[in-house]
Design a protein around this ligand. Structure first.
Ligand SMILES: [Zn+2]
Length: 287
């Protein structure tokens, strides 16, 4: 079986006692063909670029892509946004540069920095529209609200209205189908992490059955959020297969799709996601 991790933070794995090179080599032997190293600030964007050029020279490693952005929880580093924008302008034509992210709105701990987060998100959407780059969007609230009530989702959508051509992925999505629907209608992907496999995630699971198969992705968000049966351990890109297999069995049971079909469709979606920049830039975009 071949599979892809569309969102991980390999730079953070080392700090958790994981040998990144070994973890990637093992995952590659298991079927992981590609992984995306996601930046959370300027330093991790630079690290991602270096890691990609090192790893992509090795034949026994998955092919790596990288991104650049500013995580909303780092909104106090808003002063670095112009440097991140320059970094993106300088490297957007690199073959391994995927897009802008992660960026977004995070109201989990507080909404104190909401104005800064919104203004930074506006800057990244503007850049995404200008350069034809996809966006990796992080949205998080302190609890699950009723559809239409999740403030981070509602606020992001309001900003997105001003940039109608922007496309991207709702990364590590944890809200209802109704919350995702306006993004799905705009052609966005919805990506599920290991949270989907948790016993208590029943609302999330029923939403994941309603997302069109052609717009589904999976990710680890490693080193966080390990899926069952590794819950509580340090996550790694190879563990994405557990989320993928869970989702394929879920859709087989609930939607009558064959699990093999779901696995291969998500693989094709992931490949499309990896080259989305070219698709957007060449105006080949179609849902
Ligand atoms: Zn992340």
């Amino acid at each position: 079986m071949r599979f892809i991790d569309t969102h991980c933070h390999l730079n953070l794995m080392a700090g958790q006692g994981i040998d990144m090179d070994l973890a990637l080599r093992e995952a590659c032997a298991d079927g992981l063909t590609h992984a995306v190293q996601i930046a959370t600030d300027l330093t991790t964007a630079r690290q991602g670029r270096e890691l990609c050029s090192r790893w992509n020279a090795a034949s026994d490693m998955p092919e790596m892509s990288y991104t650049a952005g500013l995580h909303p929880e780092a909104a106090d580093q808003g002063g670095s946004v112009p440097a991140i924008v320059s970094f993106i302008e300088d490297h957007e034509s690199d073959g391994n540069f995927l897009g802008i992210g992660e960026c977004g709105l995070d109201y989990f701990h507080s909404t104190e920095f909401a104005p800064e987060q919104k203004s930074i998100l506006r800057t990244f959407f503007e850049l995404a529209e200008r350069l034809g780059l996809p966006v990796i969007l992080h949205l998080r609230d302190s609890r699950v609200y009723e559809p239409g009530e999740t403030r981070s989702v509602r606020d992001a959508l309001q900003i997105l209205h001003q940039f109608p051509s922007v496309r991207g992925v709702l990364h590590c999505f944890t809200y209802t189908y109704e919350e995702a629907a306006p993004f799905i209608e705009r052609g966005w992907f919805v990506s599920y992490s290991g949270i989907l496999t948790f016993k208590t995630a029943t609302a999330l699971q029923s939403g994941a059955c309603r997302v069109p198969l052609s717009q589904l992705l999976v990710e680890t968000d490693a080193p966080f959020l390990s899926p069952v049966p590794h819950r509580g351990e340090v996550n790694r890109p190879g563990y994405v297969r557990h989320t993928l297999e869970f989702l394929s069995r879920l859709r087989e049971r609930e939607c009558g799709e064959s699990s093999e079909n779901v696995i291969s469709a998500i693989y094709e979606n992931s490949l499309r996601f990896l080259k989305w920049k070219r698709i957007l830039q060449e105006g080949l975009y179609a849902r």
